[in-house]
Design a binder for this molecule. Structure first.
Ligand SMILES: Cc1ncc(COP(=O)(O)O)c(C=O)c1O
Length: 382
């Protein structure tokens, strides 16, 4: 038997996948399963973006582009960063990749040497630890405080001479929490005094309800130098299938990412890049209604879910992280699926055993039914 790579062996099949499979099987058998595991907007990409992509194809934008991505897209991203985040970047400091996920992977390939440590605050988006491991790094987990944000005291104890970077994700998947300026300043102090990178995953930047998003890179020039911003069009413009993400960083990091990308995937699809150019150029007008709808749904859930269920208050993204009197998340997810036909993601996927993640990227009628069933479960069991 010829061995496969240790890299491939590292990745274990997830509980979510088997639960998802089960949910799909039940649905196929005719059960009325409500799927609260969705990780993408349930809205279609705005028609104008599609039309622009069709025109781009017809106009001949069908060839390889520069390895960092098309200049017009990188320029419009610079404009966006300046207008929305108060950050001045040069187009040479921007790299376009196949989705924010690919941007993150490129970052780890560009900054990590074997055994370098990356601090990942719990609860985390499932792919962070896997990516760090594939790239030869070591994920180091940092605890959360009562607001489900980085526990600063714990963070201090997790820094070692091998620490290379800290990941920050605001608004957060899976909790929907959003960092305040004061909280970012505390984290910034630790980044600066230890000279580590901050990988700031801002893909949910625009899906935010009660506050303005603040990019940690905007706190100071020194911090901007150490921050690698990750963002994209997937969530903001309901363009998950177009696969466009980007990084904004110091030029030496952008050059490294560009070099790696140039020898692996090349730049992403020229057509998707043109569509993203249009989306970012037009901006808020194209996502305003979707965000308002997410806010209505968030409000509906907060107002109607049983008081027995506890959660960090969701201020962004389209997720809630729920605790049912500390019930084990795998058992809870399984029982909700089997007994109430509700599919959820067990919190162990995000590094927390007694919470489950639900998504509200589905229509309000389904959410109403879901809430009824979940509240019924609570009445019967808690
Ligand atoms: C926190 C976070 N970062 C990055 C991504 C990846 O986004 P993309 O679809 O652009 O690769 C996701 C998608 O679920 C996410 O939740």
């Amino acid at each position: 038997m010829i061995n496969l790579s240790q890299r491939a062996e590292i990745l274990k099949p997830s509980a979510t996948l088997s639960l998802n499979k089960k949910a799909k099987e039940m649905k196929a058998k005719g059960f009325d399963v409500i799927n609260l595991t969705v990780g993408e907007p349930d809205f279609d990409t705005p028609e104008e973006i599609k039309e622009f992509a069709i025109k781009a194809m017809k106009d001949g934008y069908t060839k390889y582009t520069e390895e960092k991505g098309m200049k017009n897209l990188r320029e419009i991203i610079c404009e966006k960063l300046e207008k929305d985040n108060g950050l001045k970047y040069d187009p040479e400091e921007i790299v376009i990749s196949n989705g924010a996920k690919h941007s993150l992977f490129n970052i780890f390939l560009s900054i990590l040497n074997p055994e370098d440590e990356v601090i990942i605050p719990v609860p985390y988006w499932v792919s962070y630890p896997a990516m760090v491991l594939i790239c030869g790094g070591v994920p180091v987990f940092c605890k959360y405080n009562e607001k489900f944000k980085i526990d600063i005291e714990d963070l201090k104890t997790k820094i070692t001479p091998k620490t290379k970077a800290l990941i920050l994700n605001s608004p957060s998947n899976p909790t929907g929490i959003v960092y305040e300026k004061k909280e970012l300043e505390e984290i910034a102090e630790i980044i600066l005094s230890n000279k580590i990178f901050c990988i700031s995953d801002e893909v949910y930047e625009k899906i935010i309800f009660d506050k303005q998003h603040i990019s940690i890179a905007s706190l100071s020039k020194e911090l901007k130098n150490l921050t690698i911003i990750v963002n994209g069009v997937s969530k903001t413009f309901a363009m998950t299938g177009w696969r466009i993400g980007f990084t904004a960083s110091r030029k030496d990091i952008a050059d490294a990412i560009g070099k790696i990308q140039g020898q692996t995937t090349s730049a992403p699809s020229s057509i998707s890049q043109m569509a993203s150019y249009y989306a970012i150029k037009e901006g808020e007008r194209l996502f305003k209604n979707m965000v308002e709808e997410f806010k209505k749904r968030r409000n509906f859930l907060v107002e109607n879910l049983s008081n027995e269920i506890k959660y960090p208050y969701p201020e962004g993204a389209f997720y809630m992280f729920l605790n049912f009197k500390n019930m084990d998340s795998k058992i809870l997810s399984q029982r909700l699926l089997e007994e109430k036909l509700i599919a959820t993601v067990p919190g162990e996927e995000f590094g927390v055993d007694n919470y489950i993640r639900i998504s509200y990227a589905l229509d309000i009628e389904s959410l109403k039914k879901a809430v009824e069933r979940v509240n019924e479960f609570v009445k019967e069991n808690l």
